[in-house]
Design a binder for this molecule. Structure first.
Ligand SMILES: [Zn+2]
Length: 379
């Protein structure tokens, strides 16, 4: 049913169009034409004006073809991580890789190629389907920026699938929410050899705080990290300021809150520990903390329609979907937070975000077959 050579040609075309975050115009133009050829009405939102990009998020609306059903949504992203200028896709023994100098961009172009092939098959074989909406976001790889600025009024679907994770026959229902934490510590500068008694070390304060902090794997659904630290001027100066950046993630919003509060508390306690009298005045390092919610958690119920539809479609064609938990944020977190039930399906891409990235044509065909089955069953 799936035309593997057409699918491979489509993927090769997509991979060869460079689309770094915020510079997706060439790919957007191609997709606009491609989706129109397949019968969609294509529009863009104005996200680029808010995020400083070349083009907004693409929305393709395919009217129903012979089946009255609620609209079904597919979500993908146009951009790829760098290095991605001048990708030369190489097909050898049924597996696509890049020439080695760049990523391949199977993340997320494998998913785009699979969806296009599935739509081709439905059209060619006149298989009835309900209305389909497709969103291809921009700037996903730099913090879900396109999705965070997406104009949701352009959509009517209430459930759907993001085609954007590794593996085949794999489905993600849950992913953590995350906070980013920015810390500025300010102590007192002094000559480290001549007048150390006048100083209050920001580096020592940071060290105390981080040493007492629970980091890494906190429990089966919570993680935390301090990922950046910078400060100090010279060996002979007691450092006045240090800045740090960290994050906390959890599948449980209460635990996310608790871990974030714990990290803040460690900095405040460390500052108190460092407090002492200098020239008759009690001095304490100042702590400035900024917590920014990065993305909300993704939580789809096991008995949701979006799950049972995929399970039934897979069963019909002899595939067996395995449910996994995600470890990070993706556009699906944002869609779910907007009330759209969305799970993530594996697209066969492997070793993503490296120059060894690859995808097998047979795996893309396997996923495309599942997409056909999902669309024909959606009611
Ligand atoms: Zn991706």
């Amino acid at each position: 049913m799936i035309n593997q050579s057409r699918l491979a040609d489509e993927f090769a075309k997509l991979a060869a169009i460079s689309s770094p975050p915020l510079r997706e115009k060439a790919l957007a133009d191609y997709l606009e034409g491609r989706f129109r050829t397949l019968g969609a009405e294509v529009v863009f939102d104005n996200a680029q004006e808010k995020i400083g990009g070349q083009v907004g998020n693409l929305i393709a609306r395919f009217p129903a073809a012979g089946l009255a059903a609620a609209p079904l949504l597919f979500s993908l992203h146009m951009d790829t991580v760098e290095p991605c200028e001048g990708v030369v896709p190489v097909l050898k023994d049924g597996i696509f890789t890049s020439g080695g100098e760049t990523v391949l961009g199977a993340d997320d172009k494998a998913g785009i190629a699979e969806l296009i092939e599935a739509l081709e098959v439905l059209r060619e074989q006149r298989i009835p389907r309900g209305p389909v909406e497709v969103v291809v976001t921009v700037a996903e790889e730099i913090g879900l920026v396109g999705a965070k600025h997406f104009d949701f009024s352009l959509l009517s679907a209430e459930y759907g699938y993001a085609l954007d994770t590794v593996g085949v026959d794999s489905m993600v229902l849950r992913a953590p929410g995350a906070n980013r934490i920015f810390i500025e510590l300010t102590g007192r500068e002094a000559h480290a050899g001549v007048a150390p008694e006048l100083g209050l070390s920001a580096i020592q304060t940071a060290g105390l705080a981080v040493a007492r902090m629970r980091l890494g794997l906190i429990d089966h659904e919570t993680t935390a990290n301090i990922g950046k630290i910078a400060g100090g001027v010279a060996c002979n100066i007691i450092p006045r300021s240090v800045s740090l950046e960290g994050e906390a993630r959890s599948h449980d919003p209460v635990k996310l809150q608790t871990q974030t509060a714990h990290m803040i508390d460690c900095f405040e306690k460390a500052a108190e520990t460092m407090a002492r009298e200098i020239e008759g005045v009690m001095c304490q390092p100042q702590v400035y903390i900024d917590v920014r919610p990065d993305y909300p958690r993704m939580f789809v119920e096991e008995n949701a329609k979006v799950v049972s539809l995929a399970m039934a479609a897979a069963e019909e064609i002899g595939h067996c979907l395995e449910v996994r938990r995600g470890g990070g944020g993706s556009d699906a977190n944002i869609f779910n937070a907007q009330g759209i039930d969305m799970v993530i399906l594996g697209t066969g891409m492997q070793d993503v975000h490296t120059t060894q990235e690859s995808v097998a044509v047979a795996d893309m065909a396997h996923v495309a077959e599942l997409l056909v089955a999902i669309m024909r069953r959606a009611a």
